[in-house]
Write a protein that binds this ligand. Structure first.
Ligand SMILES: Nc1nc2c(c(=O)[nH]1)N[C@H]1C(S)=C(S)[C@@H](COP(=O)(O)OP(=O)(O)OC[C@H]3O[C@@H](n4cnc5c(=O)[nH]c(N)nc54)[C@H](O)[C@@H]3O)O[C@H]1N2
Ligand SMILES: Nc1nc2c(c(=O)[nH]1)N[C@H]1C(S)=C(S)[C@@H](COP(=O)(O)OP(=O)(O)OC[C@H]3O[C@@H](n4cnc5c(=O)[nH]c(N)nc54)[C@H](O)[C@@H]3O)O[C@H]1N2
Ligand code: SF4
Ligand SMILES: [Mo]
Length: 726
């Protein structure tokens, strides 16, 4: 192991400037941090960076304040019998938790010990691997993350179609992009092949300059949609119908890639049959989108040469999320938007072992092959269990019941589906450990709150962006400030507990040494062993693009006979169901006429899910998550900005402060999630907001394969609680 080359300069007056990258969100923007007396005092983007060119966002620029904010936990906490908390050393906390875990393990077996890594943990390149290794070592399948309440269809749907080894087209040379329900201008997120959050405004401007056409499907005229050549603003939750309608046009007008389909697609005829009922007029009426726009979008997409369709959280959380994902993949497939022999892959995939990239398909197969859940006949996917089932795994009696939960950088009480059920589960646990730098809504229920290191105190690699960067780019950072307080890196929590349980932590590079605690860099070497670019080289190659190391697509194996399945039986059956349902709301088993609105998810620039608003510049942007509504809808309810409404779904109600937004279509309420606290009655809604997750049901309209529930396009009705303007 080699320690990284240091990217530090000093001004001679005690201030050193470090080059590192932001980990407030996944985008990994390079930043320069001035450190004085061990504290970050200033932060800037790095204009010389070849990918980001100095781009940062308002959240990242608050990191100096975040590191030393009074609300930051500098010591771990232990619950007293009266429910208040007292400080405890990390050593004593690990001893006590280790002993409790030992008791639970001996009494109930390994499945009873669960962990859940959320968004906070995902920004740490060692947190998820450490949690996974902890479960492997303990032989406990109960490994959960936020992925399964985010866009799990991205994990499962490709298996139903078949997987093209060399992937679909890149963004960099796309001449069309179809963006279904994502908004990288705010979220910094885009699907593979889509627009990413790496300097998104400039990148989109350049793409449009080179002639790329942009089609956006979103019920809100988002920051991305304002740039679109065609913006379709359908009724939320009707993406399956809209995508089937688009496919029908592409198929009937013969705009698909005939040669590609002849060679690689097994069942094009079945797709023809499956989309037949989705007539233009039917689709236009049901989605409430002008027919001409649908035709224009279909033609614009299909007549382009390169570029893909891709989904974000909107459709991935709406009813029939797997079907929408399937239809988006099917559109790319029949239009032959796959990388061919000799094409170059955009991202470098440097941090993981190299896998072959041939121009060929791997036949469809069953996606959910993990351990069985105890509810709804579900199984885990890709080595993890389904978070939509975890509250019931805790509450439902019987063998295998979860009794201990370690939450690593997550906030179940405001993020998991069904807040009331989630709170019951938190209260029912025999042991709840929450690793969080602040007293979150979930930490209130914890037996122990473990104070973690924050980004600048950790070494990291951009482990998520590695496969999303729009160029073969590498970066690395060491810790650039000393730790403040008695804090532990998330991986150290798992290491300390594994050691106390006498359980190993297996990684690709071997088991972690258990006699003495390794360093972040030792751990990076173990976790990213066998990576396409050796980690020592990554450490030297900061903020570098490597055109010479891009992956080039290899010819197909001559023996390859596998083909895509674009219309598997269960998908065809689900399309019939969609037709029978008449309206997306019916997927939840309710009468749509009782619920005239659809509540859709969105991201806000100034927070990341539930965190950020404690910081001064971010908190100044608003203390609640407004219910954004179309001005005409507000008028018909005689509502004005600042009025209070109650929003009721088939499951529950929340209160919300309304704000008019003419970018939201009629019949829609657009609202950010992960706000509010642990109260189910929202008396502090103006100060802390309210969680849309309370409106979500775990057992209505769930996906039979990945268990995903309806977290967007939720059917709701509203009542007025307080008119402040009268
Ligand atoms: N209705 C509805 N529900 C949703 C969604 C939706 O759109 N609508 N979105 C879903 C999605 S996409 C997601 S990802 C989940 C989010 O689910 P979660 O990840 O469980 O929720 P967050 O609010 O992101 O919680 C992150 C926590 O990490 C903490 N944190 C931040 N930085 C660090 C750190 O460095 N270390 C540690 N240990 N902790 C840190 C924060 O203080 C915060 O409490 O919610 C899902 N739920
Ligand atoms: N600033 C900021 N950035 C974030 C986050 C944050 O909280 N704040 N959260 C992070 C997380 S956890 C994630 S997963 C990513 C998500 O990244 P994105 O997927 O880009 O999330 P959003 O910006 O909410 O975009 C989702 C869009 O879907 C639309 N939508 C909602 N319902 C439907 C529907 O039924 N059909 C269609 N077609 N569209 C619909 C919404 O109007 C919204 O514009 O962002 C990450 N980045
Ligand atoms: S986009 Fe994400 S990584 Fe970039 S500065 Fe903002 S919070 Fe940090
Ligand atoms: Mo997410």
């Amino acid at each position: 192991m080699m320690k990284g080359v240091s990217f530090v300069t000093s001004d001679g007056n005690g201030t050193a400037t470090h080059q590192t990258f932001c980990r407030f969100c996944h985008a990994s923007c390079p930043i320069e941090v001035d450190v004085s007396d061990g504290k970050a005092v200033a932060i800037r983007g790095i204009p010389e960076d070849p990918l980001f060119a100095g781009y940062t966002c308002i959240k990242g620029r608050q990191i100096p304040e975040q590191m030393t904010h009074p609300s930051r936990l500098r010591s771990s906490l232990k619950r007293r019998p009266d429910g208040t908390f007292e400080e405890i050393s990390s050593e004593a906390a690990m001893d006590a938790i280790g002993a409790e875990l030992r008791r639970i393990l001996d009494t109930y077996g390994p499945r009873a010990i669960a962990s859940y890594t959320g968004t906070g943990g995902y920004q740490n390149s060692l947190a998820v691997p450490a949690a996974r290794a902890f479960h492997e070592g303990l032989k406990s399948p109960s490994f959960y993350t936020s992925v399964t309440i985010d866009q799990p269809a991205k994990t499962t749907a490709p298996f139903r179609v078949g997987i093209w080894e060399a992937g679909y087209h890149n963004f960099s040379d796309a001449d069309v992009l179809l963006a279904i329900g994502y908004n990288p201008m705010v979220s910094s997120f885009g699907p593979v092949g889509g627009l990413q959050g790496t300097n998104p405004y400039v990148v989109l401007r350049d793409a449009k300059k080179r002639g790329m056409k942009l089609i956006v499907i979103d019920p809100r005229r988002t920051e991305l949609a304002t740039q679109a050549d065609i913006h379709l603003a359908p009724k939320p939750g009707e993406d399956p119908t809209l995508m089937a309608g688009i496919l029908k046009i592409v198929l009937e007008e013969g705009l698909y890639d005939h040669e590609f389909c002849d060679t690689w697609v097994d069942d094009l005829d079945s797709l023809f049959t499956a989309v037949a009922p989705f007539d233009l007029e039917y689709v236009s009426n049901r989605c409430d989108v002008p027919a001409d726009d649908i035709v224009a979008a279909a033609r614009m997409f299909a007549t382009a040469r390169r570029g893909t369709s891709g989904t974000g959280t909107g459709p991935s959380m709406a009813p029939h999320s797997s079907l929408t994902e399937h239809l988006s993949i099917a559109l790319n497939t029949i239009c032959g938007r796959v990388n061919r022999e000799g094409d170059v892959l955009e991202s470098g995939y440097f941090l993981y072992p190299e896998t072959p990239r041939r121009a060929q398909v791997h036949a469809a197969r069953t996606p959910a092959t993990g351990a069985p859940q105890r509810v709804r006949n579900l199984r885990g996917i890709r080595g993890e269990m389904l978070t939509t089932a975890l509250a019931e795994e805790i509450l439902n009696e019987g063998d295998g019941r979860v009794r201990a939960l370690i939450v690593s950088g997550g906030n179940p009480v405001v993020a998991w589906p069904d807040q009331e059920l989630t709170i019951q589960a938190m209260e029912d646990l025999e042991l709840l450990v929450v690793v969080d730098h602040r007293m979150s809504a979930t930490a209130e229920f914890a037996d122990y709150v473990i104070a973690p290191t924050l980004s600048l105190e950790r070494a990291d690699v951009p482990h998520l962006m590695d496969r999303w960067f729009r160029a073969p780019y590498t970066n690395y950072t060491e810790a650039v400030t000393p730790r403040i307080g008695d804090v532990l890196n998330e991986w150290e929590v798992f290491w300390e507990l594994a050691r106390r349980l006498g359980s190993p932590l297996p990684f690709p590079g071997g088991e972690a040494p258990m006699d003495e605690r390794p360093t972040d860099d030792d751990m990076l070497d173990l976790v990213y062993a066998g990576s396409r670019m050796p980690l020592d080289e990554v450490r030297r190659q900061r903020m570098k693009v490597h055109p010479d190391k891009a992956m080039v697509v290899q010819p197909a194996d001559p023996g390859c006979t596998a083909k895509f399945t674009v219309a598997p039986d269960d998908i065809v059956a689900e399309m019939k169901t969609v037709i029978d349902e008449v309206d997306g709301a019916t997927a939840l088993g309710v009468d749509p006429s009782i619920y005239p609105f659809r509540l859709v998810s969105r991201r806000l620039k100034h927070v990341l899910n539930s965190f950020g608003s404690e910081l001064s510049a971010l908190g100044a942007k608003g203390s609640t998550n407004p219910a954004y509504m179309n001005p005409d809808d507000m008028e018909s309810y005689d509502l004005a900005d600042g009025d209070l409404i109650e929003i009721t779904s088939p499951r529950a109600s929340i209160q919300a402060v309304v704000e008019s937004a003419d970018d939201v279509r009629q019949g829609v309420i657009s609202m950010a999630h992960s706000w509010g606290g642990s109260s189910l009655t929202d008396e502090k809604v103006r100060d802390v907001g309210s969680p849309t997750s309370r409106l979500v049901s775990v057992d209505r309209g769930y996906d039979a394969v990945n268990g995903m529930v309806v977290q967007s396009a939720i059917p709701v009705h509203i009542t007025v609680l307080e008119r402040s303007h009268h």
